[in-house]
Design a protein around this ligand. Structure first.
Ligand code: DCP
Ligand code: MG
Length: 418
């Protein structure tokens, strides 16, 4: 195949482009280091000097099946809704959360309050110490849900492939769409402009070839900004990314990785798959892919949550049952916050406890319950702990929802009970 069939430009321009082609192709192929077979074939072709054949090999994969994912996340969501409905709250530190006297915690706060060090999940008492002039409002979930529905309707004007993650976050797969000449960047700008005009709050967006990177990117220029990770930039971007930005890598795992010299995803690439699996079990396989910027999870508009749970790995093992019980209230409080964020909560069917012991064995206990409270989870904890009676490295509490069989879809969020 002659170069001019690929580059329908003038001859001089073709010659210039042709000179740069090997470099350009290498760049493209570097973004798919996950597809070893393809890469090897490409390199053989390129070595043999058949660049046009190499290009043919590359283009269907690169240009044909590369996905465009947008992750949208509203800025200080609950606080933004409150400021919209009462403009006198603007420009001053504001938080939404429970009262200090009731041992409440901050659900979120505006960016003025963040300047004082206030943040989500902090106790309200501490937030008030950091920022005595903080205005505190109780949450109004009904209003937040209404706003959430309005924003989802905007997303669905662009694509039916919308997967809500919580009230203020969603993934959109906009691959192959014709809006905005197919540019996901322009689509994200337009969507954000519509949210601002129609809902009167701001949102940030990340645009990338997969969900993992789109979510990282939406945080990059927050608030009221967006960030694009182009396919050809994935490799370098992820190499420099701290391992703590990988979903599922919490403080304990990040510290453990750092101890072994893996601070960035680039460092982690030196680890063989077998070593990662040895250290982290099934999550090791995910880590092997994620540190290379690979995430094949599809955007699933039909995803039906079948359970919700929160878990914590403790920096120091909990020595006995009493120490485990002492951790339960904090876990339950975090569970309730996450539950309140669900966009479409369904009836609860079972309560669950997960215990991972110091020797890495794991067990779960569950019982029927429509509205679990602390005594229900505490009884499950007794039951689970009694099975091995040894120090505990991880505790989780959660629920299963009713009617999963009828819905027929599966939850694939990390950190759930399995
Ligand atoms: N939320 C909560 N408890 C938490 C975290 C969040 O109740 N620990 C609630 C309040 C947030 C909403 O969920 O407004 C969305 O969560 P985000 O993590 O997206 O946080 P924000 O939208 O508030 O801020 P950001 O601008 O950082 O996205
Ligand atoms: Mg948000």
């Amino acid at each position: 195949m002659a170069p001019d069939t690929i580059y329908p430009k003038g001859k001089a321009a073709i010659r210039e482009d042709w000179k740069r082609l090997p470099e350009r192709l290498e760049q493209i192929v570097a973004t798919w280091n996950h597809d070893r077979a393809l890469r090897a074939m490409f390199q053989d072709e390129a070595r043999l000097g058949c660049l046009s054949d190499a290009l043919l090999l590359v283009s269907p994969v690169h240009f044909g099946s590369m996905r465009k994912i947008i992750h949208c996340d509203c800025d200080c969501f609950y606080a933004a809704v409150e400021m919209r409905d009462d403009p006198s709250l603007r420009g001053k530190p504001l938080a939404v959360g429970g009262r200090a006297e009731a041992r409440g915690v901050i659900a979120t706060c505006n960016y003025e309050a963040r300047a004082f060090g206030v943040h989500s999940a902090m106790s309200t008492a501490r937030a008030l110490r950091l920022c005595p002039q903080l205005t505190l409002l109780p949450p109004d979930f009904r209003r937040y849900r209404e706003v959430s529905q309005q924003i989802l309707a905007i997303y669905r004007d662009y694509t039916p492939l919308v997967e809500p993650l919580s009230l203020d976050e969603a993934y959109l797969d906009v691959s192959g769409l014709e809006h905005c000449r197919g540019s996901a960047t322009l689509m994200a700008e337009e969507i954000r402009a519509r949210i601002r005009a129609e809902v009167r709050i701001t949102a940030s967006a990340g645009i990338a070839p997969n969900k993992f990177l789109a979510k990282v990117a939406s945080d990059w220029n927050k608030p009221d900004g967006q960030f694009v990770i182009r396919p050809q930039d994935v490799d370098a971007f992820v190499a420099a990314l701290p391992v703590s930005r990988i979903f599922g890598v919490g403080k304990v795992t990040a510290t453990r990785l750092q101890k072994h010299g893996a601070r960035t995803c680039g460092d982690l690439r030196a680890w063989e798959l077998a070593r990662l699996i040895g250290e982290f079990g099934r999550f090791g396989t995910a880590l092997h892919q994620l540190c290379r910027g690979i995430d094949e999870r599809p955007v699933r508009p039909d995803r039906v949550r079948k359970s919700l749970s929160v878990e914590t790995t403790y920096a120091r093992d909990l020595p006995d049952l009493a120490a485990c019980h002492a951790e339960l209230p904090a876990l339950i409080a975090e569970f309730r916050r996450r539950f309140a964020k669900l966009s479409a909560p369904r009836p609860v069917h079972q309560a669950m406890i997960k215990v991972k012991f110091a020797d890495f064995t794991q067990t779960t206990a569950e019982c029927a319950s429509a509205a679990p409270d602390e005594p229900v989870w505490a009884a499950l904890l007794d039951e689970a702990w009694a099975r091995r009676e040894r120090p505990v490295r991880l505790l989780g509490v959660g629920v299963r929802f009713a009617d999963v069989a009828a819905c027929g879809a599966e939850e694939n969020q990390p950190g759930l009970f399995e």
